[in-house]
Design a protein around this ligand. Sequence first.
Ligand SMILES: [Zn+2]
Length: 88
Amino acid sequence: MYLTVTQTVAMDCYDVVRQLWDYLDGELTDESMDAIRAHLAQCKQCYPQFDFERTFLEALAATRREHPAPNMVRRKVLAKLRKAGLEV
Ligand SMILES: [Zn+2]
């Protein structure tokens, strides 16, 4: 197995930060994705910014998972109450 080591990344911090959201959404070309990933791996300036935005997106996704449609919750609660013998 032979691994090609990526040489100095031709991307500066401005470019990376500007494309960070697109990077997190996976909406860039493979080349850009690789370039940004490589930059983040070695740049102490950009990484905290990336980490913050990633955490933010993850929190958003978690909130969506934990709060399903209100109707579903209502139906579940009603079903439980009926099961318990209540007239609802
Ligand atoms: Zn940077």
